[in-house]
Write a protein that binds this ligand. Structure first.
Ligand SMILES: NC(=O)c1ccc[n+]([C@@H]2O[C@H](COP(=O)([O-])OP(=O)(O)OC[C@H]3O[C@@H](n4cnc5c(N)ncnc54)[C@H](OP(=O)(O)O)[C@@H]3O)[C@@H](O)[C@H]2O)c1
Length: 250
């Protein structure tokens, strides 16, 4: 299994699942164009850059900052990566925002922000990926296992991730003639700083107790699936893969 000479663009690629994906793809030879968003993520980007340069000195690694909630910003990111790397073979979009609230408390501003980050940005990343990814390439978007759960309080989160499943199906059909696989992955509650702020200790325990080994999903559970889809998993396209240790049934 080798991704030697391939170029992977990972949005949200400086930390947590994005950084673990970068490590896994680098381990099989992929060059990395890593996007990050906030000033707060800049430090994660520097730390990851040092780690990757030390471990994989022959790989090309570049970092790009941007808020990806406008089509223009997404287009700019792809143009910059194309200019610097010459090609894009793999796109992994990990951008996301969570909100856990009853619908009666959700403001219009919060709704707009959730759909800008989870839906609009995912759509325009898919659009640019469909334009730029080389024939035979891979496009992967991260959704959530809450798409398979019957629960309250995550309506704006699961609701704004739900369109990703349909975007994935439609784009996979459009790109079949070019041999490009398009999938989404739906992780279970994952042990990163993204998960904890909105959860009580009791809720964390509940989420844990619902999966194999009574533990949360780890980024190390998900990144190998991304690597697999980009290598031996070439017969899988148009799918949303629920990877959650049995947390939900689909
Ligand atoms: N952790 C979980 O429990 C869990 C479970 C299932 C699915 N997921 C999904 O998995 C993905 C990765 O999550 P994670 O746990 O690894 O946390 P994470 O690192 O915080 O991932 C979210 C990423 O989205 C970026 N982002 C937020 N707003 C953005 C914007 N306007 N423009 C561009 N980028 C923006 C964040 O950057 P900044 O932090 O710099 O803003 C961050 O890099 C997300 O899509 C999440 O919805 C997470």
């Amino acid at each position: 299994m080798s991704l030697n000479g391939k170029v992977a663009l990972i949005t949200g690629g400086a930390k947590n699942l994005g950084a673990q994906t970068a490590r896994d793809l680098a381990s099989v030879g992929a060059n990395l164009a890593l996007h990050y968003h906030s000033e707060g993520s800049k430090k994660d980007a520097s730390t990851l850059e040092a780690e990757l340069r030390q471990k994989y000195p022959s790989l090309k690694v570049g970092f790009y900052q941007g808020d990806l909630t406008t089509a223009g910003a997404v287009t700019q990111l792809f143009q910059d990566v194309k200019r610097d790397f010459g090609q894009i073979d793999i796109v992994v979009n990990t951008v996301g925002k969570v909100l856990k609230k009853p619908i009666t408390d959700i403001t219009e501003e919060e709704y707009d922000s959730m759909f800008a980050i989870n839906t609009k940005s995912a759509f325009f990343v898919l659009k640019e990926a469909a334009t730029h990814v080389t024939d035979g390439g891979n496009i992967i978007t991260i959704a959530t296992s809450l798409l398979g759960a019957f629960t309250g309080h995550y309506t704006s989160y699961a609701g704004s991730k739900a369109p990703v499943e349909h975007f994935t199906r439609g784009v996979s059909k459009e790109l079949q003639p070019r041999g490009i696989r398009v999938n989404s992955i739906a992780p279970g509650p994952m042990d990163t700083p993204f998960f904890y702020p909105q959860e009580s200790p009791e809720a964390v325990e509940f989420h844990r107790s619902n999966a194999l080994g009574s533990r949360l999903t780890k980024t190390e559970d998900i990144a190998p699936i991304i690597k697999f889809l980009c290598s031996e998993g070439g017969w899988i396209t148009g799918q949303t893969l629920f990877a959650n240790g049995g947390y939900t049934t689909r």
